[in-house]
Write a protein that binds this ligand. Sequence first.
Ligand code: ZN
Length: 192
Amino acid sequence: MDEEKTARLVRELLLEIGEDPEREGLARTPLRVARALARLVRGYAQTPESVVNGAVFEATDSNHMVVVRDIDVFSLCEHHLMPFFGHCHVGYIPRGKVLGVSKIARIADCFAARLQIQERLTGQIARAVRDATGAEGVGVVMECEHLCMQMRGVEKQNAKMTTSAVLGSFHDDPATRAEFLSLLPGFGGHGR
Ligand code: ZN
């Protein structure tokens, strides 16, 4: 992203909404917005491979379900460029390879830091975890609040959207899927 070009566009936007981009409080706003935006969409310059960076570990005796809960998610909806945010929970059954816990969060981040819809984001995280580990199955559940729903006067101020993606044994085996859900807060689990 070209910071100065983005700042010029933000200045145009301020004029268009009837503001005075020269007034004191707004003088540096275009540049600040440009820098913030670059940070919020940093994921375009990342891939799951680049963020995992080889941190996949052999765990030959491990074929039990691994669940990482309450990973923070911050993203921008592609329809309104407004934030949606919440948590995701990731479970997988390794086939001899596991990911560092922080790397699962980094995978979620690299896709969240793009313009998104929650449904696609959920699926991308699931596929990236599968591809990085060769897991026999992966499940991702995500719960987010969408400011585009909450701030635009639609009477859904408290609505949360839940999405899920299941691959492999999490898709094919109801018992595996049920075990995963039983470990999540609010889905039959006792996490909270
Ligand atoms: Zn939206």
